[in-house]
Ligand binder design. Structure first.
Ligand code: CTP
Length: 222
């Protein structure tokens, strides 16, 4: 006996960000982070299986997808991710920001490879735009914006502050205080905090199972 597919997201357009951003220093160097992109790609696949039409804005990762409902836009820097998101967001019903966006970038890009000279080198960094907060600012009443928060102290309090400051509808809190969770792991342990104050705690699960929990939560907000 076959079961009918769950197409709860049929007709919904969903923007998902995934992976790290790379901030160029010179032609051979960059500032990056250890994000694997697995959480964002799992979300894209789970929601696409549920009928959503996905635009996945992806930083440099070693994973891929060939799901027919997923269109991937590859970017490298936070500014490029910001531009891609701002361009597509007006057409979206939902945005889920799972990328580990670099908070800062080098103030200047050196077109020539920086030569080794002095005993120390100081790089000046400037702040990148906050993509989640920018979408929170422009979203209309019908759009849902979900962010992530990576915290290792005062987790719930900090996540609630992020939810409020970035005008998100929900924040998925990832703790760094669990050995199996987060960056470079197959598993994740999350708590979802909704704008109305509701809090849902989940045990350690695979990122695909975590993506299903997030999908269920988003469904309730639609
Ligand atoms: N985010 C973003 N643009 C940025 C930085 C973060 O869109 N320039 C998003 C992330 O994709 C995530 C959320 O904001 O959904 C929170 O990211 P996090 O790194 O936890 O928070 P920050 O705002 O960078 O704050 P801090 O690093 O000080 O904790």
């Amino acid at each position: 006996m076959s079961t009918l597919p769950n197409l709860s997201f049929f007709g919904k357009k969903v923007l998902i960000t995934a992976g790290p951003t790379y901030e160029k220093i010179d032609p051979v160097r960059y500032i990056g982070n250890y994000s694997s992109g697995k959480m964002g790609y799992a979300l894209a696949e789970v929601l696409a299986d549920m009928g959503a039409d996905i635009t996945l804005v992806s930083g440099p990762v070693h994973i891929s997808t060939n799901h027919p409902n997923i269109k991937v836009i590859f970017i490298e820097s936070a500014i490029q991710m910001y531009d891609a998101c701002m361009q597509v967001f007006p057409q979206m019903d939902i945005a889920i920001m799972a990328a580990a966006v670099a908070d800062y970038r080098p103030a200047e890009y050196s077109a020539n490879k920086i030569k080794k000279k002095d005993e120390s080198l100081t790089l000046e960094l400037v702040k990148n735009p906050d993509i989640l907060a920018s979408l929170g600012d422009i979203k209309n009443a019908g759009q849902i914006v979900v962010g992530f928060a990576l915290e290792n102290n005062n987790e719930l309090e900090n996540a609630k502050i992020k939810l409020h400051n970035k005008k998100a509808d929900a924040i998925v809190l990832n703790t760094l205080n669990n050995n199996g969770a987060g960056f470079q792991h197959e598993t994740n342990q999350i708590t979802i905090i909704l704008k109305n104050g509701a809090i849902f705690e989940f045990p350690l699960k695979t990122k695909v199972e975590v993506a299903k929990d997030i999908a269920e939560c988003v469904l309730k907000m639609l």
